[in-house]
Design a protein around this ligand. Sequence first.
Ligand SMILES: Nc1ncnc2c1ncn2[C@@H]1O[C@H](COP(=O)(O)OP(=O)(O)OP(=O)(O)O)[C@@H](O)[C@H]1O
Ligand SMILES: O=C(O)[C@H](O)COP(=O)(O)O
Length: 395
Amino acid sequence: MNVPSIENCDLHNKTVLLRVDFNVPIKDGEIRDVTRILRALPTIEYLVNASAKIIIISHFGRPKARDNNLSLKNVIDTLSQLLNKKVKFIDDCVGEKVQKAVSAMDARDIILLENLRFYKEEEQSDSNFAKQLASLADIYVNDAFSCSHRAHASISRITEFLPSYAGFCLQDELKYLEKAVSFKAKPITAIVGGAKMSTKIKMLIKLTEKVDYLVLGGAIANNFLLFSKVNIGKSFFQNGVDDLLHNIVETANKNNCKIVVPEDVLVAVNPDYSTSISRRTESILDGDIILDIGPQTLSTISRIIASSKTLLWNGPIGVFEHSAFASGTIGVMKVVSDLTHKGKLTSIIGGGDSLSAISAAGLTDKDFTCVSTGGGAFLSWLGGNEMPGVAALQK
Ligand SMILES: Nc1ncnc2c1ncn2[C@@H]1O[C@H](COP(=O)(O)OP(=O)(O)OP(=O)(O)O)[C@@H](O)[C@H]1O
Ligand SMILES: O=C(O)[C@H](O)COP(=O)(O)O
């Protein structure tokens, strides 16, 4: 997939608006995984060495309004440390304050603007908002593969107003993902977990056309359990998706794709999630909250992976941030990395919290064939959907 590279443009003394994905997992103000920041460093360093002025933009979480917990100020110290260079933070992303800071920039200066999603216009792909962002710079660079499935102002609308290029992280992810999935060695297993049901359930239909096993974990699995009339107690699930689930199950049957849901689960015993208890799915109580798969399901999934040649995985299988609910995600991670090292499995894993789960398992990028920063983006790309951010660069 060809995209115009920043290597093909004159950057000297130019102001560059760099869209990255600094939507990193964070808890109590502490970043739990810096992979998404690390992956942006080669592009930032390249721009510094080319004597550009660099304005970094990103979203952070899914804010409904301005929210200090979702301010990009939370990443500024880590970014400066990793770059070994002072990065200035401006607490807005458009308007006079930003314009003033930009006009005071020298070559090689870096500023980070505030969370784009503090403006509803970002997700609305508003033309004026994109124009305002564009007016700050001479060149736009997209280095956020993990956001390129979103048709948002800073991803696809903005390319209407500035010469636009791809950074190295975006280029590499496209290249490695293409290479990794080109083998298509069967059987192919996809694991989809996590909590972003509204985004991900829609993407499952296309996956069932391509894979032999679709293993469901996380909150997404709850929806499928509920659909098959299992009591899920007080567990998280998405409302109003029964028609979609019906289509997914039908398409899976038509394509000989086996959907695997948990047969046993771990539920919370106390409200602080410090202790878990295992239950068969048919024995879940009304007050239970499902937060992980149980041991039986872990061994079923491990068996399926051992019989597979390719594994695609997005989304933790449980709330691995709490040790009582980490055994499913970490157990499966270890099986996958072990088979990858033995050369028996091509493993491709992606997603913000999935990256964090890799480190929680004591593993790194090197333990898998390909590790993508993209979660929803990775699933969308696997399903063969057009990526608005990539398409916009190709226009
Ligand atoms: N059973 C469950 N109930 C509720 N939340 C869950 C459950 N299992 C996992 N999770 C949560 O899902 C979150 C991650 O979901 P998410 O869909 O964001 O995955 P991701 O890998 O970060 O992908 P993306 O990059 O698209 O965000 C984790 O923080 C985890 O605690
Ligand atoms: O975490 C992600 O997958 C990306 O940052 C995109 O976030 P979104 O699903 O909130 O658009």
